[in-house]
Ligand binder design. Structure first.
Ligand code: NAD
Length: 469
C-alpha cells in the first residue's frame, strides 16, 4: 500500500519507487505500507497553499465551515471500520480501541461543528459601540504524536477550521497512514489548501514551526520537543498551544472499595498499552490497603491478553514503535532494581514490541519508574501514610496534566484534589475527557487549552472594533 500526502488539494508524493517512509506494523515488525518522505519544499508548498486558501476560507460563513467539519465527521463514521483496521496495523491498539478512537473523533468533530468563537459587546451607548471580536489567525501548524493518530490531528483540525483558519498537519513519523487515507477521503469536499498534510521522518517539524507564514502552532507531544517548538515560535511571535507530557498521580485513600478502584485504575493506566498522555502513571496507595491493592492490580494484569490488535480477544496490543519499546524495556530493568515486580515484562519468543503489563511495588519517589513518564504498560505503586506528604509528592514533579483522588467520601477526596497542581483532577474516576471539557496542563505539561469553547477561542485573535457614535 502506498498513500500520498495532501497539499493544496492535490495528492502529492513520488511513486513507491521514490523516497518513502516505511510504515511498520508493531505487532510483527514488518513493513506493510509506505508514505512519501516529505521535504522542506513540501512544507513550503503546504504553507503556501494554506496561506492562499486562508482569505476565502476565513470569509466562508461560519455555518458552512461548521458543515464541512460535520462532513468530516460523516466521512469518519462512513469509513470507520476500514480506517480502524489501518490504524490497528500501524499503531498496534486492539481493533475495538481503534473503532473507539473513530467514534471519539467523530464525537469531537460533531461538537466543534456546533461551536463558534465567542464575541461580545463591551459597550453600546450614545457615545460608543465597542465589540470584542474573535478573528482567525491564518495558517496553523498542527504537529501530532503517535498514540492517537486520528483523534489528536482532529483536536487541531476541528477548531482551526471552525474558527476560520487553514492548517498544515504533520503526523508522527510512525503513524502517518490512517490520517493520510482519511484526509484523501475528505479531499472531495474540503476546499483545496484548507487542510494540508506533510509526512516526515522526524526531520521536518522544525521547518514547519519556524516558517514565517505560520501564525499558530498547535503541538501535542513530549515536553522536550515542546520546549524546542516554543523557542522556534519566538521569531515571529507565533501563538502556541502545547499539550505535553504528564506523570499523572492517583491517590487512593484507605476507605475505597479495593476491587472496584483497582479495576478502574488498571483501565486508566493500561488503555492503549499505557501510551496515553493522561493515563494513570503513578499510584499512591494508603498503607492500610497497600498489599491488597497491589495484589488486585497484579491479578488483573495477569488476566490481560496481550496480542496482535487484529486478533479477536486481544486486550492490549504491542508498544507502538521500537524507540518507545526500548525506553520501556530500560524502565522495566530499573524497576526490577528499585522495587518488586509482581508480574509482567517483555514478551519473548515472538516478533513485535509486546510487553505484558507490569505492576511494580515497593518503589518510591526519586526512582526512575516513579519520576519518569513511562508512556507504556508499566505501573509503579507507592505506599503512603499521611495525606499531607502524599499531596506534596503528587505535586513534586514538574508535570501537571491530570491527577485523581479516590475515596469512599467524595467530599474528603475533593478537598485533597483541590490541592493538586494539575490541569484536570478527577475524583473517583480517571481519564474522563470530552469535547465540552477544557484540557490544559500545569507547569511543563503544557500551555494553553484544547477542547471546548476555550480551546476553540485559542484559534482566534481578539480584535476590538471601537466605533464612535
Ligand atoms: P515527540 O515530542 O517525540 O513527537 C511529537 C511530534 O513532534 C512528532 O510529530 C515529531 O515528529 C515532532 N517533532 C519532533 N521534533 C520536532 C521539532 N524539533 N520541532 C517540531 N516538531 C518536532 O512525542 P511522541 O514520542 O510522538 O509522543 C509521546 C509524548 O507525547 C509523551 O510525552 C506524551 O505524554 C505526549 N502526549 C501528550 C498529549 C497531551 O495532550 N498532553 C497527548 C499525547 C501525547
Amino acid at each position: 500500500m502506498f498513500q500520498k500526502m495532501l497539499i493544496g488539494g492535490k495528492l502529492v508524493g513520488k511513486d513507491s519507487k521514490g523516497k518513502t517512509i516505511d510504515v511498520i506494523n508493531p505487532a510483527d515488525e514488518k513493513v506493510f505500507a509506505r508514505v512519501p518522505k516529505g521535504t522542506e519544499k513540501d512544507i513550503d508548498n503546504a504553507v503556501a497553499a494554506a496561506k492562499a486558501a486562508f482569505p476565502d476560507w476565513a470569509a466562508t460563513p461560519l455555518e458552512d465551515r461548521q458543515k464541512i467539519v460535520g462532513k468530516i465527521a460523516d466521512a469518519i463514521a462512513g469509513n470507520a471500520e476500514m480506517l480502524a483496521r489501518l490504524m490497528t496495523k500501524e499503531q498496534g491498539k486492539p481493533l475495538p480501541e481503534s473503532m473507539g478512537e473513530m467514534a471519539w473523533t467523530e464525537g469531537f468533530l460533531r461538537h466543534y461543528a456546533t461551536l463558534q468563537p465567542t464575541g461580545r459587546t463591551v459597550q453600546d451607548d450614545d457615545a460608543f459601540q465597542i465589540e470584542v471580536r474573535r478573528v482567525p489567525l491564518g495558517v496553523v501548524a498542527g504537529i501530532c504524536p503517535w498514540n492517537f493518530p486520528v483523534l489528536v490531528p482532529f483536536w487541531k483540525i476541528g477548531p482551526a477550521l471552525v474558527a476560520g483558519n487553514t492548517i498544515v498537519l504533520k503526523p508522527a513519523p510512525t503513524t502517518p497512514l490512517t490520517i493520510l487515507k482519511l484526509l484523501e477521503l475528505c479531499n472531495d469536499f474540503v476546499p483545496a489548501g484548507v487542510i494540508n498534510v506533510v509526512t516526515d521522518e522526524n526531520d521536518l517539524g522544525a521547518a514547519l514551526t519556524r516558517h514565517p507564514d505560520v501564525a499558530k502552532i498547535s503541538f501535542t507531544g513530549s515536553t522536550e520537543t515542546g520546549k524546542k517548538i516554543m523557542a522556534s515560535a519566538a521569531g515571529t511571535i507565533k501563538r502556541l498551544t502545547l499539550e505535553l507530557g504528564g506523570n499523572d498521580p492517583a491517590i487512593i485513600l484507605p476507605d475505597v472499595d479495593v476491587k472496584d478502584t483497582a479495576a478502574k485504575i488498571f483501565n486508566g493506566a493500561f488503555m492503549n498499552a499505557g501510551q496515553v498522555c493522561m493515563a494513570v502513571k503513578r499510584v499512591y496507595v494508603h498503607k492500610d490497603i497497600y498489599d491488597e491493592f497491589c495484589d488486585e492490580l497484579a491479578r488483573r494484569a495477569k488476566q490481560t491478553v496481550v496480542d496482535d490488535g487484529m486478533h479477536q480477544g486481544a486486550d492490549m496490543g504491542p508498544i507502538q514503535n521500537k524507540a518507545q519499546y526500548k525506553k520501556v524495556k530500560a524502565l522495566i530493568k530499573s524497576a526490577r532494581k528499585d522495587g518488586t515486580v509482581l508480574c509482567g515484562g517483555v514478551v519473548k519468543n515472538r516478533k513485535g514490541y509486546f510487553v505484558n503489563p507490569v505492576i511494580v511495588r515497593d518503589v518510591k519517589d526519586g526512582d526512575d519508574i516513579v519520576d519518569q513518564e513511562q508512556f507504556g504498560p508499566i505501573l509503579p505503586v507507592i505506599r503512603f501514610s499521611s495525606v499531607k506528604s502524599v499531596t506534596r509528592k503528587a505535586n513534586g514533579l514538574d508535570y501537571g496534566l491530570g491527577a485523581s483522588v479516590w475515596s469512599g467520601d467524595a467530599a474528603k477526596a475533593k478537598k485533597i484534589a483541590s490541592k493538586i497542581q494539575s490541569g484536570t483532577v478527577w475524583v473517583n474516576q480517571c481519564v474522563n475527557i470530552g469535547p465540552h471539557i477544557p484540557m490544559a496542563g500545569f507547569k511543563s505539561s503544557g500551555l494553553g487549552v484544547e477542547q471546548s469553547q476555550e480551546g476553540l477561542d485559542e484559534y482566534t485573535q481578539i480584535q476590538v472594533m471601537n466605533i464612535a457614535r
